[in-house]
Design a protein around this ligand. Structure first.
Ligand code: ADP
Ligand code: MG
Ligand code: MG
Length: 195
């Protein structure tokens, strides 16, 4: 179940992981994109962190909505609107049913799919969100190892969406930066006690 406490803890942990790996995320994006993914995510999440400190929240959906708005307004790039939409859709689903974690993440995935029009196997963040949702729907426990396994599978995919698609075959052999940052998001859910 989502609560103000675990949602806050999750976002703090996500922020910390992205800050700690900011240059790594940008390096990954330099290989197949424009090298800004770490900076983009760090900027967006710094705003989330600031808003978490400044405000008191009464429900987990309020926390999620604030985070969505902060990411949309500050992150930039392709990833800002995608993460923002994901959290906004999660916020709506959590307002309806805070108990069902899998359904909430599925709502986030559907937001990403609707906005980005990617499908699985196109080497994007969808390639981690989708298997995470499928595992939760099959009531499988998600470990950090399993999350990292999904992330590493993007290495052998050819990018057909986003900037990396300009590289075609040359995108092979590289991890997708957005999949790596989404991996941090889900690991942070484990740290926050949500998963
Ligand atoms: P930009 O590509 O605009 O510089 P970022 O570097 O912040 O933005 O984000 C790149 C990441 O966004 C990619 O690694 C990929 O995971 C994700 N992404 C890009 N386009 C899409 C899309 N259409 N659907 C889902 N994810 C996408
Ligand atoms: Mg980029
Ligand atoms: Mg960019």
């Amino acid at each position: 179940m989502f609560t103000v406490e675990n949602t806050t803890k999750w976002l703090h942990a996500f922020h910390e992981k992205v800050q700690a790996n900011q240059s790594y995320l940008s390096e990954l994006d330099s290989a197949i994109g424009d090298g800004d993914h770490g900076t983009n995510m760090a900027r967006g999440l710094a705003e989330v962190e600031r808003k978490l400190k400044e405000n008191l929240f009464e429900s987990p959906q309020e926390v999620l909505k604030m985070a969505a708005m902060a990411l949309i307004s500050k992150t930039g790039g392709a990833s800002g609107p995608l993460y923002g939409t994901a959290l906004l859709e999660m916020s709506k689903q959590v307002a309806n049913d805070p108990q069902n974690i899998g359904k909430s993440i599925e709502a986030g995935l559907n937001g990403i799919l609707k906005r980005g029009k990617a499908t699985t196997g196109e080497k994007t963040m969808v390639d981690i969100w989708k298997p995470v949702v499928e595992s939760l729907m099959a009531e499988q426990q998600l470990s950090k190892e399993r999350i990292q396994q999904f992330v590493s599978e993007t290495k052998e995919m050819k990018a057909t969406k986003g900037r990396a698609s300009y590289l075609g075959e040359r995108s092979l052999g590289h991890l997708d930066p957005g999949a790596v940052s989404s991996g941090y998001l889900f690991e942070a859910m484990i740290d926050g006690g949500i998963l």
